[in-house]
Design a protein around this ligand. Structure first.
Ligand code: NAD
Ligand code: DAU
Length: 353
């Protein structure tokens, strides 16, 4: 296993990034973990309050769209590897304002690639640019089949098109300039610390507050759900044992129709909140569909399983229970992120739908 002394993690104050940062800070005390994050609405240092004063952790408030700020990170630290998670990540926001997705997801990634290239040009051995991507780059499936690493890219939302574009740039820099790079494409994550614009935390928060739960269209779209800690474990494994130049798909083998998932969540919420059985389900409201809504995602992660021995360890039921428990006991966190801005966002997205 290669030990890289200083690891830059971008987007570490966000949902998945905060789990990855904590894991690396705790598991690799001999490495300095530098978390570079702009702290957009989705970035929250409260996610990392338990490790903020640990010796091998540093936070740098950085906008990756700012070329100089990115270059400065490489001057200040002897960065040997990057795990790049910073991104605009919400599909609905990409439909109403795509520009930010182009800036952060594409330009931001290219800025990081350029800085790594410049810094590593004379000694690329042992370095690694690990780009975290999504299964959405592969497009949408019908009732059958799975996305494999060989599936042709077919992104269909501004979000997935920007992520696909960043994947292409990473591969191009690897092929053309020899940057050692690896990419993983993961399915839908859920778990603690996810911003409540995404389906599961939004539904938990709305049910808790007796607010309607908006289900797009008929709720028949299918997603493959993975507990965030299982994704972090896969990232750790790929970072240490993956082969540069390769791509790895990560998925939960856990497909759910949105409406079935919401009904399961409603049952859990009734039990946790001691409400009569069936009360949360009454909050479900079918609303106007997301434009261009991808029908189904399903990941074949057999390459990662066979080559690196990764398997998800959390069952969906236990992961959902843990997630619900976390949101119900972290009311302060939830209150802090549901600011006036969140309410404005919610109204603009959902009123009249
Ligand atoms: P998130 O929205 O919760 O967090 C994104 C983080 O990036 C935030 O901390 C934000 O402040 C930061 N950021 C945004 N713009 C930035 C900029 N210009 N400069 C620096 N930092 C910036 O996202 P997430 O759900 O944790 O996703 C993390 C990564 O994983 C993304 O690249 C996403 O595409 C990918 N991914 C997410 C999922 C999922 O289900 N959430 C699944 C597969 C892949
Ligand atoms: O597949 C990986 C992707 O999963 C990641 O790359 C994205 O960053 C992440 O946001 C997620 O994208 P989705 O669009 O699948 O996630 P979201 O939580 O927004 O929606 C999940 C499903 O639920 C989707 O079919 C849309 C539907 N939905 C969503 C919301 C917010 C609803 O029915 N109602 C809602 O209010």
């Amino acid at each position: 296993m290669k030990t890289r002394k200083t690891i830059l993690i971008t987007g570490g104050a966000g949902f998945i990034g905060s789990h990855v940062v904590r894991r690396f800070v705790k598991n690799y005390p001999g490495c300095l973990i530098v978390n570079a994050d702009k702290l957009t609405y989705a970035g929250n240092l409260e996610n990392l309050s338990d490790i903020e004063s640990v010796d091998n952790y540093k936070f740098e408030k950085t906008d990756i769209v700012n070329k100089k700020a990115v270059a400065d990170l490489f001057t200040k630290y002897d960065i040997e590897a990057i795990i790049h998670l910073a991104a605009e990540s919400h599909v609905d926001r990409s439909i109403t304002s795509p520009d930010e997705f182009v800036f952060t997801n594409i330009i931001g990634t290219v800025n990081l690639l350029n800085a790594a290239l410049e810094s590593w040009k004379n000694r690329p051995e042992g370095k690694l640019f690990y780009h975290i991507s999504t299964d959405e780059v592969y497009g949408s499936l019908g009732n059958e089949g799975f996305f494999t690493e060989a599936t042709a890219y077919d992104p269909r939302s501004p979000y997935s098109a920007s992520k696909a574009s960043s994947d292409h740039m990473v591969r191009a820099y690897s092929h053309t300039y020899g940057i050692p790079a690896v990419i993983s494409n993961c399915s839908n994550n859920y778990g603690p610390n996810q911003f409540p614009e995404k389906l599961i935390p939004l539904a938990i928060n709305n049910i808790k507050n007796n607010r309607q739960v908006p289900v797009y269209g008929k709720g028949e779209n299918i997603r493959d759900w993975l507990f965030v800690e299982d994704h972090s474990a896969a990232i750790d494994l790929i970072f240490h044992r993956g082969t540069p130049g390769e791509t790895y798909n990560i998925g939960g083998n856990n497909e759910w129709k949105n409406i079935d998932l919401i009904r399961l969540l409603c049952k859990i919420m009734d039990r946790k909140l001691n409400r009569p059985s069936g009360s949360s389900e009454k909050l479900i409201k079918f609303v106007k569909d997301r434009p261009g809504h991808d029908k189904r995602y399903a990941i074949d992660s057999s390459k990662l399983q066979k080559e690196l021995g990764w398997y998800p360890v959390h069952s969906f039921e236990s992961g959902l229970e843990k997630t619900v428990d976390w949101y119900l006991s972290n009311t302060k966190w939830l209150e802090n992120v549901i600011s006036g801005e969140y309410e404005k966002y919610y109204d603009s997205m959902y009123s009249g739908r």
